[in-house]
Design a protein. Sequence first.
Length: 520
Amino acid sequence: MKSKVLFWAGGIVYALLLAVLYYSAFSYLVAGWDEDYSYAYLIPLVILYLLWEKRKPLVENPSNPSWIGVLPFLLGIFLFWLGELGGEYLTLYFSFWFVLAGILWMHFGTAKIKIMAFPLILILTTFRLPAFLHNKLTVQLQLLASKIGVALIQLAGLSVYREGNVIDMGFTQLQVVEACSGLRYLFPLIVLGLLLAYFFRGAFWKRAVLVISTVPLAIFSNSMRIALTGILAELWSPEAAEGFFHGFSGWFVFMFSLGVLLIEMWILSKIAPRPTVDEEASKPGPIRTSSMTAGKTASGTSLNAGLLCAGVLVLGATLLFARSVDFREQIPPLKDFRRFPTAVGEWKGTRLTMEPEVLAELDLSEYAFIEYFDPEGRSVNLYVAYYESQRKGESIHSPETCLPGSGWLFDEAGSVTLDPPGPAGRPLTVNRAFMQKLDRKQLSYYWFPQRGRNLTNAYQLKWYVFWDALTMQRTDGALVRLITPVYPAESVETADERLSRFTWLVAPLLETYLPGRERE
């Protein structure tokens, strides 16, 4: 009786502490379960079902408290502080996962944690990708789906032309937007593949093949959906293609993919099948263990009092300090970007504005968008986007993920170091991209000024956001992008020289507008 009271009381205390500790993180997570992650609402129900299915071995096998579980538990606490101080939600999600796994391992032991392993793994499928990875994956899938969709339409004998993620069929245009990228099919199909592999009685390599195959299957199915939309628009009407069929085709993709996976399972079962065993012998039964660790109990519903006190004490102390530590970000003062000079040396500029819906999508704090012209009429477009905070979900939109979707092809891209024009000054490393769209050519430099550093890739950006949030309580930063056309009568080298000269004219001005490394 006492053991059951301790079990339920300890479970309730653990649940309350975890709920309060991770409330803000999971509020953000659930709010972000949009169309791409809508399947995540069902995952808790699936996990409960899987645990219910394993209720017999979980109850019948004794709990063998294990101090090994302290290791993932403490790792989770460490990740919690990194996530809170660094302002990164994904770190907090993994913190919760390790803390939960550690608690279960500490109180129930290795044998039972093996029984619960797959439900625990499924929890990971509810975590959202970081914004910069999600955006990059979305754009790449948009382009890939467009390419394969166009190939399938051409295979059907129709004339079609693709420009980025826009499919031009002459009589109408189909735009493969973010919603059609295929992410909302990719993630659910991966989860479906995991569930099918879990119930599939076969060798590990067969299960791995089943799960891995969901990725190309999701991409092809989505491309086929896009192709069918284009073909239906040709044979019937664009309105019919974007009406009932557009909504119904999502179900078609999923059911088609499920059918393919079931056929794949049948084929795999015929390859080197396992020997037939008696059905009763194959049923999961009690797992016997010879472990004689301290605190072994005869019941499957018991908690070790010492481990319970230690776990509750650590979680309680973490919660107390988390509520008392000041996590407020230090926002440095900033000059008004509306006053950024429109005259730079011999260059004269015209200030441009962006549409409200574009600004809402970018979610920036300040920006400068100016088209400069030299005396010969050759132009350089300057775009500076400043973010006063990049904590917990916010992210700078890189040109590498935006421009390809509008039809620009990156024929050449990489980082280059620009030498200063005089003996004074430091070299500047920037990303250089040569872009082409039909007969139009452009050259672009872009980089990320971040608290006194000039970074050139998103992974550097993410790391220093995390590190500076820990050490400086600052995550402000900016994107600087310069674009100049490569005019028909000039070479790429000439455009390179023009863009380099302009960069060294504008770089000193940017340093006066963007906060440096010092705490202001």
